[in-house]
Design a protein around this ligand. Sequence first.
Ligand SMILES: CC(C)(COP(=O)(O)OP(=O)(O)OC[C@H]1O[C@@H](n2cnc3c(N)ncnc32)[C@H](O)[C@@H]1O)[C@@H](O)C(=O)NCCC(=O)NCCS
Ligand SMILES: Nc1ncnc2c1ncn2[C@@H]1O[C@H](COP(=O)(O)OP(=O)(O)OP(=O)(O)O)[C@@H](O)[C@H]1O
Length: 228
Amino acid sequence: MFLIGLTGGIASGKSTVSEMFRRLGSAVIDADKVAREVVLPGKPAWKKIKQIFGEEFILDNGSVDRDKLGQVIFNDDKKRKLLNSITHPEIQKNIIWKCVWLLITGHQFVILDLPLLFETGNMLPYLTFTVVVSCSTDQQIKRLMSRNNLTREEAINRIDIQMPLTQKCHLAAAVIDNSGERDLTEKQVVDWFKRFCASRAHWKVRILIFLAFVVLWGFYKFILGFFR
Ligand SMILES: CC(C)(COP(=O)(O)OP(=O)(O)OC[C@H]1O[C@@H](n2cnc3c(N)ncnc32)[C@H](O)[C@@H]1O)[C@@H](O)C(=O)NCCC(=O)NCCS
Ligand SMILES: Nc1ncnc2c1ncn2[C@@H]1O[C@H](COP(=O)(O)OP(=O)(O)OP(=O)(O)O)[C@@H](O)[C@H]1O
């Protein structure tokens, strides 16, 4: 299985790109969705949030008040680290189980859309390849302001708490530029998908050569034993 870590800055276009990979046939694990699953009412992380952050972060219907929690953790390093220490181990476990399930069910390509891939580093040892989705800081600010209804200051603040996008681009094996029109991004996605397919084909050939070698070696030993 090819497990491809997809990351980027906040609102740089990770979901947009992972949706393009999904349309080409990849399975996608979205860490933001997993982060929502692990805080569903009654789950261990939900209990800890209720206990540590307080009842005021739980809505009447029992779910976590995401807006309120966001207002706090995006403005307070200590509280963010605290929330991370509650949610990240649960998110990681859930992702690993999802990967095992996708492996068992025969999926060849899995895109792991993980915003904090390089910040936490937890999933890096399991990945075949890393891809960063990039755009300019100005585009990030504009997209974040219009999607999340934030002020410019709030948007800049959310960008600044993550590792700089330029640094992520240096760490990744590939960069997909999402600063232009969506169809330009899609062309790059198709191109990378073709390369992944070619790379998998190379692996298949290597495995076949190895198996052929093992069979020939066994046959050679058998013949040698026969004439002794
Ligand atoms: C604070 C929460 C409740 C806000 O929820 P909300 O629905 O408003 O935002 P959402 O979850 O869709 O996140 C949007 C983006 O914010 C950024 N972000 C979220 N959490 C963090 C964090 N702890 N540190 C840095 N950036 C973060 C990511 O780029 C993410 O894609 C939520 O983000 C959360 O539970 N965060 C902690 C878990 C986490 O680290 N998630 C990130 C993916 S592993
Ligand atoms: N090439 C593009 N041109 C214009 N708008 C775009 C482009 N790509 C993405 N967007 C818009 O920018 C916003 C952020 O995109 P998206 O949700 O894919 O980012 P993300 O990196 O997944 O965000 P997050 O970090 O919050 O998970 C969305 O409203 C999306 O529709």
